[in-house]
Design a protein around this ligand. Structure first.
Ligand code: NAD
Ligand code: AOT
Length: 313
């Protein structure tokens, strides 16, 4: 399949490499010049489950795609949310009537941005349990396993998504169709809405935070705000399932020793965070439905204060 990876950071690199290994025709589009230069010189490199790999794929800066002749069957969006609309605007010349556009970003409400650029019939909305990191320009660090849930937002349903699911599964990306993607997006948002902001502000990995005496009451308070906002939109969530997923993040043998991506972005790299699209999105929905969201509001403000203190860009 002819695939564009729009945003070739940590996750975009994982998907690009795995789809390329599975013989797809993959074109990369990104906005970070040093990263583009490194990939043009040495290929896209990664430590992939302990093995050093690299692959040559064409890469273009998002401002130069008008020069590109590539009729994409699928675009996979993997920018940070703040970069999403700029990327959609930039790749407009490469998105045709038939191009499916898959969004797997963390956070809530991206479909409202995407549908300004892509007909709903072509939008596939999902979320993923894969993880990835970047060691520096041109080099990713890819460990562990993951999965993808996705749903077509058009009237055709699963049949519109089937060719994309087949391609993702041939690349061992473990994708399945969901009839209720908003539930799974909110479930993942509960994980990000607790682990990401709290570990960032507390300068802790997930296990160290989880073992504090106050972890349970803070997590329950935040999750209850996500649940109230989900309920107002008839999005079904199961308390024990969500809490089990959060508690699994504390496991030192699996992912407990990791810092969430928001920590890497803000504390390590002084980059702006996605907090406005996770806890901040709950605050905005809360205002819309008259639901108080004091914990999400406070956490969003704390993260913004930290962004300012660190001069994040
Ligand atoms: P990323 O920050 O690695 O990459 C996003 C964009 O930022 C890319 O265009 C990349 O080139 C650019 N970028 C990265 N580092 C930069 C730097 N130092 N200077 C300038 N530009 C830089 O983002 P990601 O981790 O791939 O995440 C993409 C989306 O997937 C987000 O919504 C994220 O929340 C979600 N997600 C991430 C993970 C993960 O483990 N990383 C897991 C699940 C979902
Ligand atoms: C994560 N982490 O999504 C992924 O760090 O932003 C992140 C993130 C899968 C399962 C649990 C946590």
């Amino acid at each position: 399949m002819k695939i564009i990876i729009a945003g070739v950071g940590a996750m975009g690199s994982r998907f690009a490499l795995m789809l390329h290994q599975a013989q797809n025709d993959v074109l990369l589009v990104d906005g970070w010049q040093a990263h583009i230069d490194a990939i043009r010189k040495d290929g896209l490199r990664a430590n992939f489950n302990g093995e050093e790999i690299s692959a040559k794929m064409p890469i273009y800066h998002q401002e130069e795609v008008s020069k590109v002749d590539f009729s994409a069957e699928l675009v996979i969006l993997f920018t940070k949310v703040m970069q999403l609309e700029g990327m959609l605007q930039a790749i407009k010349p490469l998105v045709h009537k038939e191009t499916k556009v898959l969004c797997l970003l963390n956070g809530i409400g991206h479909e409202d941005i995407i549908k300004k650029y892509v007909p709903l019939e072509n939008v596939l909305l999902g979320n993923t349990m894969w993880t990835a990191g970047l060691e520096g320009p041109g080099k990713a660090k890819l460990f562990g396993n993951g999965s993808i849930d996705l749903q077509s937002l058009g009237t055709e349903g699963e049949s519109a998504a089937r060719p994309v699911l087949d391609v993702l599964n041939a690349a061992k990306l473990n994708a399945k169709y969901s009839e209720n993607i908003l539930s799974s997006i909110y479930k993942k948002a509960c994980v990000n809405g607790t682990m990401n902001g709290l570990c960032t502000i507390l300068d802790a990995n997930m296990a160290d935070f989880g073992e504090t005496s106050v972890a349970e009451q803070i997590v329950e308070a935040i999750v209850s705000e996500f649940f109230a906002v989900a309920k107002a939109q008839n999005i079904e969530l199961h308390h024990d399932e969500v809490m089990a997923q959060i508690y699994s993040c504390y496991n030192r043998e699996t992912i407990g020793l990791h810092h969430p991506s928001m920590y890497q972005d803000l504390i390590i790299n002084h980059r702006l965070t996605e907090i406005d699209y996770i806890n901040g999105a709950i605050v905005r929905k809360g205002q819309q439905f008259n639901i108080p969201t004091p914990y999400c509001s406070f956490l969003t403000e704390l993260v913004h204060a930290k962004e300012e203190i660190l001069g994040a860009k």
